[in-house]
Design a protein around this ligand. Structure first.
Ligand code: BGC
Length: 752
């Protein structure tokens, strides 16, 4: 298609109509000009095609594990594979764009939708999102990176005003989006429902245009979350290209009228239309429909991902993997009615569902399995169920307890009331573990749960997440050691809710949620404040052990422009093959702002046979050492010493080295009338500008007070320059202190 000429041929009404949907999922075609609609479908961990609009049956599709699970694999290649499979499913049923992935930060474990998000860490979340997008888009299907931005709670999600300072916004809440936009170029980005610093995300010019389009170079379409637009004209002006869902003829009329009345520049509308035409064109290049998917292969992939995502949290005495057991008590409704996905727009109609009990039996050989439900999925406790389960556990050699967090505790659309399991589930775990020392708890949930009341009881705990339709088989694979667990937590498991960083600022007051904890969320907070946690970020056990050795850095002192290469050897020192997740954190010794104790800057997953060693290398650029500087409105890396920390989790650092960075890219701190004397002194350029005047003052004052020298003038650091001039400069200044400062500033900036 010649897009420019198409645009020229379109009437104002056609252009306006293209910018709001035709149906809940499709855009408006311009039949006269041969412009077809774009067909969108929800994701992100499966294709949720609802042919009948909002209601009705969705077309069966593979339900893959949700994002919390995906991130726990720490495996970008596997997530890319998932993306390719999603694309195949889209292609087979004629979907042009799948609405995902979601890469919002897990600011609080209370967010009901955390199961659809990757991590509390933007580095990990950004890599996961980019891989998924690259996988999908490699096959000619588009994605929608969502929800841009700061949609970190479901409570009041349509209106809440996230109040976030500039540094925190860029360093945490935008960083994963930034990485994915720059490295995977999603066809669309979906704006969030909420407000950011007073303005709805759908109408936020800074967010949608200044940052996303201009600074990051996003060339795709900004689509609204469904129903997120309040003022269509303002949204268009701010950079929101496509409003969904449709039809909403009054929106089209509003845009037409705004152009006619001169309220909206037609050029703004044309820009949105060009972006839309360009993705319609892209979508046209890949024919869709007709090719059936390989359901079995996708189910097998879902099983492989689920198994690699499971995190072995506890395994006392090497209870797992199971061996030589003949009588197994299988307890918990989730063993027969698997809980494998969350509620809301991502809910998939699965092609099939593995029954965990049956899958266990398949691998258990001759072992006898006995079942008791143990609990109900509502909050009604039934002591008889616990008694029955206890009796079963007592008679068996081992008890496997399948515990799923019910939908009433976790879903899109509302937040979690707490981070606990249900009381009767806790009572069940305690009672079973009291009679059966060989108890394994298998958890299904989408985000961190508190464990302090029961974690000491069972010998082993496996976090299986919302594991997708094949999760039942994947659990059996891990329990019997067909798969060696290699998942690591992508979010911290706190001991209790009141330990969590956003606790006192959640859910906000009078419609505003103040992100008072700043950049300190997740492990950034727990590490820095030395708050004990149940399981740290990055944690996960294996059936084997790994040793880390021989950390090398390409240079002990390096320039930001050159970056740094870090290598480390990892050895499988245990008895079975396994996969290690190698994590690289950076610790800044000293900075001009408060920085977290350490930050994840690289990671890799490596498969090792017993006794095998592999070298893992990471290239770090200046950004790996940087923070967002609100004065420069950009990321800056400051000169100085940094520790490179290689760990098996954020709390298990195995190797470290100290390097020194020479910052050549960092622009000088802006000097203004409000700059403190300290910063005048420490900036060589600024100091040179004031030095002659300062020398005169020191010469004069030192005649009365001999302690006054240029060397020990640091005690005045907290003053403004005009205070220093005002207090001690009367005899030597030719002008008022204020005017002298202005003159110095004028000289300083005229030289640039
Ligand atoms: C959700 C989006 C979803 C959209 C369409 C919204 O309520 O927030 O994630 O893609 O609905 O179903």
């Amino acid at each position: 298609m010649d897009l420019k000429s198409l645009l020229e041929q379109m009437t104002l009404e056609e252009k306006a109509a293209l910018c709001t949907g035709l149906t809940p999922w499709d855009t408006v075609p311009v039949e006269r000009l041969g412009v077809p609609p774009i067909i969108m479908s929800d994701g992100p961990h499966g294709v949720r095609r609802v042919p009948g609009g909002f209601g009705g049956e969705t077309i069966p599709a593979t339900c893959f594990p949700t994002a919390s699970a995906l991130a726990s694999t720490w495996d970008v290649d596997l997530v890319r594979e998932l993306g390719e499979a999603l694309a195949d499913e889209c292609l087979s049923i004629g979907v042009d764009i799948v609405l995902g992935p979601g890469t919002n930060m897990k600011r609080t474990p209370l967010c009901g939708r955390n199961f659809e998000y990757f991590s509390e860490d933007p580095h990990l979340a950004g890599r996961m999102a980019a891989s998924l997008i690259n996988g999908v888009q490699s096959k000619g299907v588009g994605t929608s990176l969502k929800h841009f931005a700061a949609n970190n709670q479901e409570e009041q999600r349509f209106t809440i005003d996230a109040q976030i300072d500039e540094r925190t916004l860029h360093e945490l809440y935008l960083a994963a989006f930034e990485y994915a936009v720059k490295n995977a170029k999603p066809w669309t980005v979906m704006c969030a429902y909420n407000r950011l610093n007073g303005t709805y995300a759908s109408q936020h010019h800074y967010l949608l245009t200044d940052v996303l389009k201009d600074r990051w170079g996003f060339e795709g379409v900004v689509v609204s979350d469904w129903g997120a637009v309040h003022d269509r004209v303002e949204a268009l002006d701010a950079g929101l290209d496509l409003e969904m869902p449709g039809p909403q003829p009054h929106r089209t009329r509003a845009v037409v009228e705004a152009v006619r009345s001169g309220k909206l520049d037609e050029a703004a509308l044309d820009k949105a239309v060009m972006r839309l035409l360009s993705i319609i064109d892209k979508a046209q290049q890949t024919p869709k429909g007709g090719t059936p998917i390989d359901i079995d292969a996708h189910h097998a992939l879902a099983r492989r991902i689920a198994a690699d995502a499971m995190v072995l949290l506890k395994n006392e005495g090497g209870l797992l993997p199971l061996h030589d057991v003949s009588r197994i008590a299988v307890i918990g409704v989730a063993a027969k009615e698997p809980y494998f996905q969350g509620g809301g727009s991502s809910h998939i109609n699965p092609t099939r569902v593995d029954n965990p009990f049956d899958e266990l039996q398949k691998l258990a050989g001759d072992a006898a399995l006995a079942y008791a439900p143990g609990y109900t999925m509502d909050d009604a406790s039934d002591p008889a169920l616990i008694e029955e389960a206890v009796a079963l556990a007592r008679d068996a050699e081992i008890a496997l307890l399948y515990v799923a967090l019910p939908p009433l505790k976790e879903s899109e659309g509302y937040d979690r009331p707490d981070i606990d399991l249900m009381d009767h589930q806790v009572a069940l775990i305690q009672a079973v573990a009291a009679v059966q020392p060989k108890t394994v708890v298998i958890l299904n949930n989408g985000s961190a749960v508190a464990m302090k009341d029961w974690i000491d009881g069972p010998a082993a705990v496996l976090e299986a997440w919302m594991m997708g339709q094949a999760g039942g088989g994947a659990i059996a694979d891990v329990l019997f050691g067909k798969v060696n667990p290699s998942g690591h937590l992508a979010e911290t498991f706190p001991i209790k809710l009141s330990d969590t960083p956003a606790y006192i600022n959640y859910p906000g007051e009078l419609g505003k949620a103040r992100y008072g904890e700043g950049v300190f969320i997740g492990y950034r907070y727990y590490d820095t404040t030395q708050t004990p946690v149940q399981f740290p970020f990055g944690y996960g056990l294996s059936y084997t052990t790994f040793e880390y050795s021989n950390l090398r850095v390409s240079a002990e002192a390096f320039k930001d422009v050159d970056g740094l290469t870090v290598s480390v050897d990892v050895t499988n020192s245990g008895p079975v093959a396994g996969k290690a997740v190698v994590q690289l954190y950076v610790h800044d010794h000293e900075a001009s702002v408060a920085r977290p104790e350490k930050e994840l800057r690289a990671f890799g997953k490596v498969a090792l046979e017993p006794g095998e060693t592999k070298t893992v290398s990471f290239d770090l650029d200046a950004r790996a050492f940087a923070f967002y500087h609100a004065g420069h409105h950009d990321f800056v890396a400051e000169s100085g010493a940094f520790d490179i920390l290689i760990g098996a989790s954020s709390a298990d650092i195995r190797q470290s080295a100290t390097v020194t960075l020479d910052a050549t890219l960092t622009p000088p701190t802006p000097i203004t009338r409000d700059t403190l004397f300290r910063d005048w002194r420490h900036d060589p350029r600024a100091f040179a500008a004031i030095e002659p005047i300062l020398q005169k003052i020191v010469d004069a004052v030192s005649q009365i007070d001999p302690n006054w020298t240029m060397e020990n003038i640091g005690w005045a650091d907290e003053l403004l320059l005009e205070n220093v001039f005002g207090f001690w400069g009367a005899q030597v200044l030719d002008d008022t202190p204020e005017q002298t400062v202005k003159d110095v500033l004028a000289t300083l900036y005229s030289e640039e």
